[in-house]
Design a protein around this ligand. Structure first.
Ligand code: PBG
Length: 322
């Protein structure tokens, strides 16, 4: 059973044949659009992420509507508050920036899936994802605050909360806080394997969330570790996670693939800011074809096993699929 009886090129001869036998398909159904919301009156461009803006609440609703019209079903919200402090209190007030944005989105787009990033780094003046004690992020003290944040987002109407802090036990703590308040319908999309990655660089400009000292290596994962990602994911599942996320995506396709093989829940992958900015920068220099590279990247993340892809390319990609 070999050449010349077998000629694999037959299945690649025309576009119609290639489409017919394609193993991986992209659909706007699988995309989640990240949106930044701030308290200023107009949009502010993020210089390291061409095409990405921080929006005031009313314009976030317009952005979501446009995405929805292209078939994108979900958005994930990040807030840039007017006020930051050591405990990140702006993250859980009922009239906080994200809580208000959730309400507005749900009013104006009732069938949109609204996911709230549940973390403190955009809300703390030190930029870390938790409460500090003696210069370190205190795990268990942080859990109490994260539970308040998740609860406030769920009360505002979020369909999913997405803890991105990597504290131990956060999924379980959040699950019980939601359930005790009658919010058992609200899901948890856990950033199960979130690596301490330099690919988040441009996001930290967008969210104004760079740590003011040190780094996040004592809570986010070491890029050297793959088995540990499975352990993290198992813990999150046991604690009640509905969706498991891998972040970043491109340098971690092996982790996405391992999650797909190992677990039965939906797998999400975050095509993060640095992955987006590299494509934009190379395309701006005329070095690559932006649309083709974007589609190839998204296809590779799907092929690795992700059901959902969070991507700043979501709107352009959905347009390309139309
Ligand atoms: C934490 C959070 C970050 C991202 C998503 N959620 C930043 C971080 O951990 O430093 C990064 C997303 C991206 O780079 O696109 N709130």
């Amino acid at each position: 059973m070999s050449f010349p009886a077998h000629r694999p090129r037959r299945l690649r001869r025309t576009l119609a044949i290639r489409r017919m036998v394609a193993e991986t398909r992209l659909s706007p159904d699988n995309l989640v659009l990240p949106l930044f919301v701030h308290t200023l009156p107009g949009p502010a461009p993020v210089s390291a992420m061409p095409g990405v803006f921080r929006w005031p609440i009313d314009q976030v609703a317009t952005q979501a509507r446009e995405a929805r019209d292209l078939g994108i079903r979900a958005v994930i919200l990040f807030g840039i508050p007017a006020h930051k402090d050591a405990e990140g209190t702006s993250a859980y007030v009922s009239d906080g920036i994200v809580q208000e944005a959730i309400r507005r989105l749900k009013d104006s787009n009732p069938d949109l899936v609204v996911i709230a990033d549940t973390c403190l780094d955009e809300y703390t003046d030190h930029g870390h994802c938790g409460i500090l004690r003696d210069g370190e992020v205190d795990n268990d003290a942080t859990l109490e605050v994260l539970a308040r944040v998740a609860l406030s987002q769920a009360e505002a109407g979020a369909d999913f909360v997405a803890p991105s802090d990597m504290m131990d036990g956060r999924v379980g703590r959040i699950r019980s806080a939601l359930d005790e308040s009658g919010l058992d319908r609200v899901g948890i999309m856990a950033y199960a394997a979130k690596y301490a990655s330099a690919f988040y660089g441009p996001f930290r400009e967008a969210a104004g969330s760079a740590p003011q000292f040190g780094d996040r290596r004592s809570y986010q994962m070491d890029p050297a570790n793959g088995r540990e990602a499975l352990k993290e994911a198992r813990l999150d599942l046991e604690e009640g996670a509905d969706v498991l996320m891998v972040k970043p995506a491109l340098a971690y396709l092996d982790i996405i693939s391992a999650f797909r093989d190992e677990f039965d829940v939906p797998i999400a992958a975050y095509n993060v800011s640095g992955e987006y900015s590299m494509v934009k920068a190379a395309a701006a220099n005329g070095w690559i074809d932006e649309t083709q590279v974007m589609m190839e990247i998204l296809t590779s993340i799907r092929r690795a096993g992700a059901d959902l892809i969070l991507s700043y390319h979501a709107v352009d990609a959905a347009r390309g699929m139309a």
